[in-house]
Design a protein around this ligand. Structure first.
Ligand code: ATP
Length: 280
């Protein structure tokens, strides 16, 4: 699904904040170059404070660069980017679900009657069947994030940027959000998902690891978890180097590798682990 068409690029980009006292400077990251291509699903991972949310703000146009350049889209048009952030409530404007959708430009062009059908259509894109009259405050955390996702997707962004959208959610709600994002990706939306949860990155076509003020890894999920696969027994995993414990399925496959058993393909999640073991 990833193509070679560049939707957004950072060139030698740096972000520097002033320290709280205002006297010093804190370099969050520097000399970061990165191309985002149409159709990609990029997972951005890194330790606390490594600058992932700063990257999200830069890509959403909310934070300026201190040095370097950001290119959005091609010469003809800027790539439309919409975001869903960590705290579900942080993005609400309306009191009800319908009011939330009324802030989208499309709503103005619809009669009240057509608008009800459109609400249902937009909510259905993320698997929600709730009434547009429901008060936002009465929704579960997962439903709130799905409404945020529906609002973001309704403006048909080319890039959907997610900054830890499942951080506050229980496992069932996390699964629903992930499924809705998966569907959006299948419909052609480019995904950039910042996450702490390594089980969420298995869907990605590409992983970008942030650490020590720079990009430490940029490649495919299997290479991120297992290192270079041809000689995976010798090579350290970039995931472990970044300070993360690999997901259970990866840890199991790594222990088997140490005992001389190579699973094919190396699994990224439990389903793949079960399949690889069953095929032996
Ligand atoms: N507006 C700001 N002013 C000054 N320093 C900031 C500002 N925003 C973030 N920082 C600092 O920049 C660094 C990177 O923060 P950022 O939130 O981008 O990291 P992160 O990787 O998203 O962290 P986390 O995983 O904990 O959410 C941190 O040291 C943070 O304290």
């Amino acid at each position: 699904m990833p193509t070679s068409e560049k939707l957004m690029s950072l060139k030698n980009a740096s972000v520097v904040y002033r320290t709280e006292s205002g006297e010093g400077r804190r370099v969050v990251w520097s000399d970061v170059s990165l191309d985002i291509h149409r159709g990609e699903w990029i997972a951005v991972v890194g330790p606390n404070g490594s600058g992932k949310s700063t990257l999200a703000s830069v890509l959403l146009g909310l934070n300026p660069l201190s040095a370097g350049q950001v290119h959005r889209g091609n010469q003809a048009a800027e790539a439309k980017t919409r975001g869903v952030l960590q705290l579900p409530e942080a993005q609400f404007i309306g009191e009800t679900v319908g009011e939330e959708l009324d802030f989208l430009p499309t709503a103005d062009q619809l009669t009240m009657e057509k608008r009800r059908a459109w609400y249902a259509e937009v909510l259905n894109e993320v698997g929600l069947t709730i009434s547009p009259d429901r008060k936002m405050a009465t929704l579960s955390g997962g439903q709130k994030q799905l409404v945020n996702l529906a609002v973001a997707l309704a403006s048909q962004p080319e890039i959907l940027l997610l900054d830890e959208p499942t951080a506050m959610l229980d496992p069932a709600a996390r699964k629903e959000v992930r499924e809705a994002v998966r569907q959006a990706h299948q419909r052609g939306t480019t995904i950039v998902w910042i996450s702490h949860r390594l089980e969420e990155v298995a869907d990605a076509t590409r992983i970008i690891g942030f650490g020590a003020g720079r990009i430490t890894f940029d490649g495919e999920p299997r290479a991120f978890f297992y290192g270079t696969t041809e000689s995976s027994r010798q090579v350290t995993s970039p995931c472990v180097e970044l300070g993360f414990d690999p997901p259970f399925a990866v840890q199991t496959a790594m222990s088997l590798l140490e005992q001389g058993v190579t699973l094919q393909p190396l699994p990224l999640n439990l389903e793949e682990l079960a399949e690889a073991i069953a095929c032996r």
